[in-house]
Design a protein around this ligand. Sequence first.
Ligand code: SDX
Length: 444
Amino acid sequence: MKRVLPDLIVDPPLADEKVTIVFHADGKQYDFPVLGGTHGPKVIDVGRLYTETGYFSYDPGFMSTANCDSAITFIDGERGILLHRGYPIEELAAHADFLEVCYLLLYGKLPNQSELHDFGDLIGHHSMVHEQFKRFFAGFRRDAPPMAVMVGTVGALSAFYHDKIDITDPEARMVATHRLIAKMPTICAMAFNYSLGRPFLYPRNDLSYASNFLRMSFGIPAEEYVVNPVLARAINRFLVLHADHEQNASTATVRIAGSSHANPYACVAAGITALWGPDHGGANEAVVNMLEEIGSKERIALYIKRAKDKEDPFRLTGFGHRVYKNYDPRAAILRESCHEVLAELGKKDEPLFALALELERIALEDDYFIQRKLFPNVDFYSGIMLRAIGFPTGMFPPLFALGRTIGWIAQWKEMIEAPDQHIARPRQRYTGPPLRPYLPIAQR
Ligand code: SDX
């Protein structure tokens, strides 16, 4: 999918560009500087708003708030553009190995052959987990949601790897980063196999990241696992497409947790928790459950009607996005990938895929979705593909977390290494009871 690169460079702010806030009550005026980035909207620096005016800015849900500088990912929601360190997602998904993208997000450039080789060795060196770590799984019921297992076990990594956890030490930060990238596929595959009562397989460092994960997930000790290259390419693409996405809810969570200097394992566990929600990374699981509930093309109209009914809590999950008001570029690529996997596995007639395509067609012709610019997002097709490969719906959010770990840890690293790094501490608009004296219980 070749995209002609649009002109994204914005005009830099004027030397002393500013905005002035005028309080009509007393006519006082206050100037605030305007700052520009490489692409995207300029920002009004309101850092001094409270100290100068005594007012807070007010933006619940951060609809219009930039909470940091970042050089990692750029999204243009109106045009459906996603860049990682300037490279279009379409080109990375088509050509890059996931470890290349990990290197790019961490260090800001695509690795040459020897850099990629050395990075792969580094990651491979950390791909196993402590033998005692496996005992954590025994504490969970076999039917525990795999995302609950991920939250618990990833958080527990800090109990095993506290030798390199001083976040003020660059070398310790890098080791923790490599450990998280390397161990997440191993832990994710362990969570999957534990739920099935199957033995854990050790990682194999001679395999690619995606192939290693497939083998640990579906291989059995009794026989050699042969990696299907089409499935390996689909998993690699899935991981690339989920790697990072600017300041989404889970990444913002990781940044805030990290701003207090909590260790990176705890921060990533916090990110997994935030990702779990059905409005975020839990949507891929919800999409397949929704499609199964719809069941047939004849029932699509009923569910479209429900999605538009304000009295009905039902939403067309996998549709809509806080930032994209155009087609999510990742959804288009995943639709292609889904088609390839289904064809490879002889499931071209997979009813859920046909239902999803028809649901998309109908929704995108409906004024309600058109007016609200609701398009399929990254979660709409991914679950159909993952289920065809053999993962149950409960594994879809953990797979999203597997891909997103590099984004979380790259953003955490960028935040920790920022020269003006300090604890994130938002304020509020207080709407509670006014000041009042304590009442002795006899008077209540
Ligand atoms: C991810 O932020 C990221 O980058 C996230 C992510 C990433 O890579 O990290 O891209 C991953 O989380 C993708 C989103 C997965 N979630 C879903 O698919 C859940 C279904 N989508 C919605 O819940 C919703 O679209 C959100 C949560 C994604 C976005 O919600 P917003 O931006 O707060 O939008 P909104 O709720 O204010 O909706 C605007 C309007 C409303 O109608 P009106 O009040 O204007 O009449 O659109 C409606 C909503 O009711 N609407 C939907 C809808 N999504 C929004 N109506 C029906 N079905 C939907 N899916």
